[in-house]
Design a binder for this molecule. Structure first.
Ligand SMILES: [Zn+2]
Length: 289
């Protein structure tokens, strides 16, 4: 299994060896959980099948709640298979990237090799995308500096995605948003082939409780369609509020599932990574079909 990403356009071939992405994050337990059997990890089936042939899966797809999707009677709840997806992905002998991607490294620094980490989550990234990041100036340097600004910010070090105000103009989230926007500056071109998917998969390792992973599977689950290739700025901005609201609602039972899971470097699995692993695993494995 491999994990399709927004950056990987036509994808069948890549998926054969990519899909290994599963890892959750540990979130807090600040909100009360509403145990709603009709919303916990519903699985949408039917007309959502796109050319990727995977129906959206995961928590509560917003498009079903907003009237744009299927009525609840057509959904079944993938909550029952969430633990299986977590186990599969975190299996030390499994095909998932858990034992390769989920190392935080130096939380204060983005290394050259660390910027290649999205490759472990099926992003097509290589020297062409990473070398410009370390130029002394230019669009690549701008993107790197914007990502480094997230690591340098004191508030970002402790901020949690579930609590953060998703304001692109102020607060810790504004720095994350700024990094996503920077990838597309210069008339929307910015850094070619390096957009939201790569930025989030780089920053998530360093700030696993603040920066969610932007991925086509997650996006499709919540919005009912694939994001545009090379998404940045407004496209990821559509996902964040939906993801945040859903995780606030379901964090209780997800947190219970991930309590015993430790990353390869002995950290708790973050709630954000757990959600990513479950939703991705659910869609990629075909168990939603
Ligand atoms: Zn499943």
């Amino acid at each position: 299994m491999s994990r399709p990403t927004c950056g990987d356009a036509p994808i069948f071939r890549l998926r054969l060896f990519r899909g290994r992405r599963h890892t959750p994050a540990s979130g807090g337990t600040r909100l009360h959980i509403r145990e709603d059997p009709f919303s916990a990890f519903p699985l949408v089936t039917g007309p959502w099948t796109h050319f990727h042939s995977v129906p959206p899966a995961g928590f509560e797809p917003a498009h079903t709640a907003s009237g744009g999707g299927l009525p609840s009677r057509h959904r079944r709840r993938p909550r029952g298979c969430a633990e299986k997806h977590l186990q599969t992905y975190t299996d030390p002998r499994g095909p998932g990237a858990f034992r390769t991607y989920d190392w935080q490294g130096d939380p204060e620094r983005l290394s050259q090799l660390g910027c290649l980490a999205p490759a472990l989550l099926s992003v097509r990234i290589g020297y062409k995308q990473v070398v410009p990041l370390f130029h002394p100036d230019g669009p690549g340097a701008e993107v790197l500096h914007s990502m480094e600004a997230v690591l340098a910010n004191e508030a970002c070090a402790t901020a949690d995605f579930l609590d953060v105000t998703l304001d692109p103009l102020m607060g810790p989230w504004s720095l994350v948003d700024r990094a996503l926007v920077a990838t597309g500056e210069a008339g929307g071109t910015g850094l070619p082939d390096f957009k939201a998917v790569a930025v989030t998969k780089i920053l998530h390792r360093k700030r696993p409780n603040l920066v969610p992973i932007f991925d086509s599977s997650i996006y499709q689950f919540y919005l009912g369609q694939k994001p545009v290739p090379g998404a940045y700025k407004d496209t990821p901005r559509r996902l964040w509020p939906l993801l945040q609201a859903d995780l606030r609602r379901h964090q209780g039972w997800i947190q219970n599932l991930i309590v015993p899971i430790r990353t390869p470097d002995e950290r708790p699995l973050s709630l954000l990574r757990a959600a990513d692993i479950i939703i991705w695993g659910h869609t990629a494995s075909g168990c939603a079909a």
